[in-house]
Design a protein around this ligand. Structure first.
Ligand code: PLP
Length: 427
């Protein structure tokens, strides 16, 4: 067997990691296997995973039900093209997604990743206006501080203000940005902010295909929570102004914020909804863009009456089968009680961080716990401290945060919290 040192040397030389330099400078941790909420490293250490592998592995790793679903599907077929062919796992998944998501979303386009589902959602909206005789409506309006993925169209609606995507300024399609909503899930609605949204959307309505936002939780753009009333207001304002509404629930979908979909906090149905990440319980890459019959009918009235998109691995049966099993697992348990249990563990566990010098804010919503510092996190120190505490989380910017698997026990949540508080004190 290749030694740990040799593997890491090869990794540094050949493997390009997300948001990393090439060749690699900071050696990643070498994971040998993962089970439940634990990552087992090649050097013998075991870490409690506070990240759910970028918010996807809600049932933890090697779940027997998901493993069985995958093996069973592999025994039938791993993949067939989706053009001209279909299969039960994808049909069942589409039906389930329609049943679970807000009323009125009827059609499901299965995609390979979250970013691609955003591309598809935007295409749906642009094609809708093109097909219904208003081709000038091709821009998007979004609030600042958002994150929608790393391919070009999603990057164009990520916050342009100095983040990693500012590198692409000038090459991205120009969108309309408005300030992000006032922070705080429980804070009262700021009517002057809603009025500003109404003014901006009305002023740009003639050129807007859609408004696109992350409802209630702005994730990778800053881990901020806001009053669901802002999303409700967006629904009313977009409808009044003939603009479509895309909700990006790739991070919030499947219970993370304490509602099965964050749109549920607001009680609204968007024109297009994107889901991904936890869709397959973190097993395989799959996402989906769901839309209303109105959007689909509009597109079908066009000169080209089809959606101009068709990825090779669309509707992959393995991913569909494991998604069906993962959603089944979620719904077969009292998932809300589990998320609430984690929420209360994070509230008490992270509370001591609020008294530390250098900590700006501690905030918790559903199974999301965030400690925001008043300075950028020193990544090397934070990683050392949390791993010494037997925990894996990956901070960014000024944030040390966790989105643990829903199967984390109270002891796991306490361990993650202790590690984050310790890291906040040193990093
Ligand atoms: N949208 C949101 C809200 C996300 O959090 C992410 C990923 O973090 C994406 C889109 C992109 O998804 P993917 O990484 O699967 O392309």
């Amino acid at each position: 067997m290749t030694s740990q040192e040799e593997l890491l040397a090869l990794d540094a030389r050949h493997v390009w990691h997300p948001y990393g330099p090439m060749p690699g400078t900071v050696p990643p941790l070498l994971v040998r296997e993962a089970e439940g909420v634990r990552l087992r490293l090649a050097d013998g250490r075991e870490l409690v995973d506070g990240m759910s592998s970028w918010w996807a592995a809600v049932h933890g790793y090697r779940h027997p039900v998901l493993d069985a679903a995958l093996a069973e599907q592999a025994g039938r077929m791993s993949h067939v093209m989706f053009g001209g062919l279909t299969h039960e796992p994808a049909i069942a998944l589409a039906r389930t997604l329609v049943d679970l998501t807000p009323d009125g979303l009827e059609h499901v386009f299965l995609c390979d990743s979250g970013s691609v589902s955003i591309e598809v959602a935007v295409k749906m909206c642009m094609q809708y206006w093109q097909s219904t005789g208003q081709p000038a409506k091709r821009r998007l309006l979004t609030w600042r501080g958002g994150y929608h993925g790393d391919t070009f169209q999603p990057m164009s609606v990520c916050d342009p203000g100095g983040g990693m995507h500012s590198l692409w300024k000038g090459t991205l399609t120009e969108q309309v940005f408005v300030p992000e909503p006032p922070a705080g899930f429980d804070e009262p609605l700021d009517q002057s902010y809603v009025d500003m949204l109404a003014r901006e959307i009305a002023a740009h309505a003639h050129e807007l295909a859609a408004v696109i936002v992350e409802p209630v939780v702005q994730g990778a753009g800053g881990m901020r929570f806001h009053n669901p009333g802002y999303v409700r207001a967006l629904r009313e304002i977009t409808a009044e102004n003939g603009v479509l509404l895309i909700l990006d629930e790739i991070a919030t979908g499947f219970g993370r914020s304490g509602s099965l979909f964050a749109a549920g906090h607001a009680g609204i149905t968007p024109d297009v909804l994107c889901v991904g990440k936890a869709l397959t319980g973190g097993y395989l890459s799959m996402a989906a863009a769901l839309c209303t019959p109105e959007v689909a009918d509009g597109i079908s009235r066009g000169e080209l009456p089809v959606l101009a998109h068709g990825p090779t691995f669309m509707g992959n049966p393995l991913a569909s089968a494991v998604a069906n099993a993962s959603i089944g697992l979620l719904l077969d348990q009292d998932w809300l009680a589990e998320v609430r249990r984690i929420e209360s563990g994070l509230r008490s566990g992270l509370a001591p961080a609020a008294d530390l010098p250098g900590v700006r804010e501690v905030r918790v919503l559903g199974a999301i716990g965030v400690v925001q510092l008043d300075h950028p996190v020193d990544m090397a120190t934070a990683t050392r401290v949390v791993t010494e505490h037997g925990v894996w989380v990956r901070p960014f910017r000024d944030l040390i945060y966790t989105m643990p698997p829903y199967v984390s026990t109270d002891a796991d949540v306490a361990a993650i919290s202790r590690a984050i508080v310790a890291a906040a004190g040193e990093a």
